[in-house]
Design a protein around this ligand. Structure first.
Ligand code: HEC
Length: 594
């Protein structure tokens, strides 16, 4: 609520400013919605502010959903009708499920059962509902997209009450509000109490009884999940180095958590478990958000953030057998630096087995990430690549699975895809590659599978251009990791598996792709995939002006190496399954050493 009031004042001021120029209905005093990002029952991502400048979406109706509530179920048909009727006029319909007791699988099943196709956003932490000051299901909230003003909130109409139902409504509140809004007229009744089922907020209530502690809850969480980047000399622009810093950044923290911008981990938590996972659990997010909402109190106890964080180990696996210095890279003080592709020839006189690889960044503030590949000598653009290792802050490479190696042939080359983000001062980055080698041929070869489509052509302005590729797996294999890759217009990407018995599974899904964060997703449990399975990669690009990263929405874009061109590219790392044990086969970097 605190947020609503503060924003309400701003919004009234702006609205009044606008009023002097264009006569417009004054948004009633219902406040301004905070921006948020959530995933729906289909695994698709929705961010409110995406539609801010969207000529096709003038307002969004958010209808509060909950399973098992008759006042919701009896509205499915109404909502579908309203959507069909008003979507052509730029009114979009979302449902919002904040019930603590409903999980995504249930919501998906219910939607299928009732033929609901509208997105049902899964508000796992309940923070969007709280931010919108929702306490019941069955309420419709009409939000103007250009300014996020809340124009109306209440029931769809007066047809339903508690254990009462009329055959026809006498008042159609939502339709009247939408019609008035579309017709530029004032909304007569902007707030009506909506009958619905109460939503309980157990985590918030617990934190009301026992306020969140800074020293014992918040600071350790920030240390664990944020300080790897938010430290002196780290990639993030500021360090969480004391209570005052955390308090000063508190409102901004709230914004990035609600919109899912931070921590930078795009994988949908609904699918797969990953090592080196940077994300926060819903409970952890609630700790931070509730602490902020309670005014970011200092409380008792020491200040864990004030002591310097543990040094980042130069090499995650101890001193490598071979170290290669990459050519030094000059990074300007500002602007966008396009991808750098650095090629090196093999440093070895003869064919050599590599059993692990790690990257040591020179300037951690500038080097955003690196992906390293081995290229066959004929080095065609994408096909002949073998994934070698990757670096992103907190997500480092390391040893390959036990008894597994990659053969680096004498004539082969190494390719480094390097991404830099300038940070206000010119710098020279001297990054190094560390290789761990074996004298004997390991029992298994670490292999890279590649999905690639150089024929892509994404039409100008297209919001959701899709492309998929799938293949039959011909030999039993053990899958270790996946690396989805697109460029600035990338919107979503996912790896899917269908086993010979017809079971389908999403292995990793990145519903809100961000070019800046090219993570390799390492499965915490390697996955045995039987031959005869189908593995597929699905990509969606957003080449419209609504995509804030899009360098040029007027241009159809095809394959190319620069970030302003596009790619359909995904690699996966695997070993042939010869029945070897999975125990101890993967050597993730110990957390303390990252
Ligand atoms: C893997 C590195 C990394 C981790 C982990 C990380 N951040 Fe960030 N953070 C960044 C970078 C880099 C930026 C600068 C903006 C950008 O590049 O997106 C940033 C920016 C921010 C901002 C400023 C807002 C903005 O968008 O510029 C806030 C607030 C923030 N981070 C909070 C957090 C919190 C809270 C956590 C932990 C829960 C966290 N970050 C974890 C790298 C990280």
């Amino acid at each position: 609520m605190r947020y609503l009031y503060a924003r309400l004042i701003c919004s009234l001021l702006t609205t009044m400013g606008v009023l002097q120029l264009v006569p417009q209905p004054l948004a009633d005093a219902l406040g301004v919605a905070e921006d948020f990002g959530l995933i729906d029952q289909h695994g698709q991502f929705h961010r409110l502010s995406y539609h801010r400048d969207d000529p096709e979406t003038r307002a969004i109706v958010v209808f509060t959903h909950g399973m098992g509530c008759p006042l919701v179920r009896k509205r499915y048909v109404d909502l579908q009708h309203l959507a069909t009727r008003y979507e052509p006029n730029g009114i979009r319909f979302w449902m919002l499920n904040a019930n603590d007791q409903d999980d995504r699988a249930d919501i998906e099943a219910e939607a299928l059962d009732f033929g609901v196709t509208l997105p049902i956003l899964d508000d796992v932490t309940q923070e969007v509902a709280r931010s919108l000051d929702v306490d019941r299901t069955g309420e419709a909230i009409l939000i103007e997209t250009a300014n996020l003003n809340i124009l109306f909130r209440g029931p769809i109409d007066d047809r339903l009450g508690y254990e009462k139902e009329k055959s026809k409504p006498t008042r159609s509140y939502l339709r009247d509000s939408i019609d008035n809004f579309l017709g530029g007229k004032p909304i007569e009744t902007s707030k009506v109490d909506a009958p619905g089922c109460l939503i309980s907020f157990p985590s918030w209530e617990a934190h009301l009884r026992q306020p969140v502690g800074y020293a014992d809850e918040v600071a350790p969480l920030i240390q664990e999940k944020c300080v790897i980047c938010h430290r002196a000399g780290g990639i993030a622009p500021f360090a969480f180095s004391s209570y005052r810093k955390a308090r000063g950044w508190a409102d901004m923290m709230r914004e990035v958590l609600l919109t899912r911008r931070m921590p930078p981990w795009q994988a949908d938590p609904h699918h797969g478990d990953f090592d080196r996972d940077l994300s926060l659990t819903p409970e952890q997010k609630q700790v931070l958000l509730h602490w902020i909402e309670q005014g970011a109190p200092r409380g008792d106890g020491g200040d864990p953030l004030a002591s310097s964080p543990p040094e980042v180990d130069a090499w995650s696996q101890g001193k490598p057998h071979h170290m290669i210095e990459l050519p030094a890279q000059e990074v300007p003080a500002q602007g966008l630096v396009d991808y750098r592709y650095v090629h090196l020839t093999s440093p070895f006189e003869s064919d050599t087995w590599i059993v692990g690889a790690d990257i040591q960044p020179g300037d951690r503030q500038a080097l955003h990430h690196v992906i390293a590949f081995v290229l066959s000598p004929d080095g065609s653009r994408g096909r002949g690549r073998k994934w070698l290792t990757g670096y992103a802050p907190g997500v480092r490479g390391g040893m390959f699975p036990e008894n597994t190696g990659i053969l680096l042939r004498k004539k082969e080359r190494l390719l480094f895809e390097m991404h830099y983000t300038p940070y206000g001062r010119e710098t020279v980055d001297q990054t190094r590659l560390g290789l761990y080698t074996a004298d004997e041929k390991p029992a298994h070869t670490f292999q890279t599978g590649i999905f690639i489509d150089e024929s892509i052509r994404i039409p100008a302005g297209d919001r959701a251009f899709e492309r998929s590729q799938s293949r039959m797996i011909r030999q039993d294999m053990i899958l270790y990791s996946m690396n989805p890759h697109m460029h600035l217009r990338g919107k979503a990407m996912r790896f899917e598996l269908e086993t010979p018995d017809g079971q389908k599974e999403i292995l990793v899904s990145v519903p809100d792709y961000n070019f800046n964060w090219q993570h390799t997703y390492f499965l915490s449990e390697p996955l045995r995939i039987p031959k005869g399975s189908r593995l597929s990669l699905h990509a969606t690009w957003d080449n419209s002006s609504l995509n804030p990263s899009n360098p040029d929405s007027e241009r159809a874009v095809g394959w190319g190496e620069q970030s302003f061109d596009e790619m359909f590219f995904g690699t996966y790392q695997f070993v042939r399954d010869r029945g070897q044990s999975l125990v101890g086969t993967w050597n993730p970097v110990p957390r303390s050493q990252e």
